[in-house]
Structure formats: C-alpha cells, structure tokens
Design a protein around this ligand. Sequence first.
Ligand code: ZN
Length: 273
Amino acid sequence: MSNHSAGVYRRRRVFILVFGLLLLIIAVSLCLLLTRGDDQQLDAQVADIQPEPATQAEVTPNTPQVEVTPNTPQDSAAKIGDPTAGALTPQTATEPFTRDGVIVVNKKHPLPESYNPGENPEAVAALKKLIQSGKAAGLDLIDSWSGFRSYTYQSTLFNNYSASSGVTAAETYSARPGYSEHQTGLAFDLKDSTQNLYRIDDPTYKFDTDWVAQHCSDFGFILRYRDEWQSETGYVGEPWHLRYLGVELAKKVATSGKTLEAYLGVEGGDYRR
Ligand SMILES: [Zn+2]
C-alpha cells in the first residue's frame, strides 16, 4: 500500500466514520423527534379524553338536579301528563299531594282519609281581615264561614247532595269525601247576611269586577274556581270559595291569571274514571 493509497484510505475511513456518525446523529435525532411526537400525540389524546369524563361528571348529576331543584324534597312526583295522577284514593294516599311545598287537592289528588288538621289559624286570621275590609267596602258579608271539613263531614255532605240531585250533578259542585279542599283547613266559603254562600244567586256577578276577586290576594287568598277554569279545576265557578296561600304566593298566582293547577304544573280536571 503506497503512502498515497494509505492517505486516501485514511481519509476514506475518516469520511466513513464521520458520515456514519452523522447518520447515527440524524437517526437518533429522528428517533427522538418521532418519540416526542408520539408523546405529544398521547398528550393530545389524553387531553381529549380527560375533559370528556370531567364534562360527563359535571353533566350527569346536574341533569336530574335541573328537574329536582324547583321541587321541595317532600313533593309528590306526579306532574301534568303523568298517567299515575288520580291513581291514589283517600284510602291509599298516605300524605297530602304537594308541589313546591303547596298542598294541592283536586279530583286527581285526594287527601288521606285520616288527614284532619283542623282550621289553619293563620288563614283564619287573614280571612277575618278580608271580611272586615270587604264589609268596609260595602259588601254583604258576615263573620261566619264554611271552613274546615273533616273526611266524615264531607262524606255526609256529598251523600246528601247526591241524594237530592244525583251523583253526576253533585260532583260538579261538591267534592267526594277526601277530595275537598276544605279538608286542608286552608279553604273557606264566604257567606252573606242571609246565610247563603257569597253571591251564589247574583246574576250580575262578574269575577273581573267583584271586590273579593280583586282583593283577596292582598290577604293571601286566591279565588280557586271560575267557570272558565272547570276543565282544569274540576268545578264550576264559586265566587265564595277562597284558598289560603299566603300573600306572596297568592299575589303571584293571581297575577298569573292561571288556575292553581296550571300555575304549579299539577294535574287537575275530572276524577280518574
Ligand atoms: Zn268551598
């Protein structure tokens, strides 16, 4: 091997070594880049995945809460359109039906036969004030009323009405026992000086202009039954029948122009047949 050849050989070896090293560095760099890319991809995947369970964890418990929150825990489940409404009877019901903490009694929602709270003292105090103010405004009202009725008393009343006018007719103005709002102790029928129900035989009566209808919410009451509401309340109009809700809620319901059923989103109307 000549010196020249040896020199060329050495340079070639150096070149191969350098070239090899370069290749190695490039290969290692490529490997590192690819690995990092995978990590980033993984990171990206984890980032994609992680928010999902987090979102689900937030959404899942919230969805039922949205429906539950407006109702107090003791509220009955049945809502408008609920096929179970009216399935309970005074004999099978164990507690009053409530919505937003408000007891609702109608032909779909009876009270338990044993529910016997008596007249609500707060409601009676408010009723006395209403009567006093009504009299001062010139109304023919007296300081007596038909308030709380027990299951047994409503039984007698309904049987008497049914005997005199037939069950079908009686059901339009008198409740079956267990289905009367009077059993709550929060409903009152106003009377006039002839001991008749307030304006029962008055052909000039109009809900829109009557003092009681206009002012009862100031004392915490609503007029529960109007003729045009019969499909929702289950009864023909009763100018004398008041339901105590407290001033705040009574004003809200009165202002809404809705029945108590529609305001609270509760099934009403006729008995379940
Ligand atoms: Zn009544």
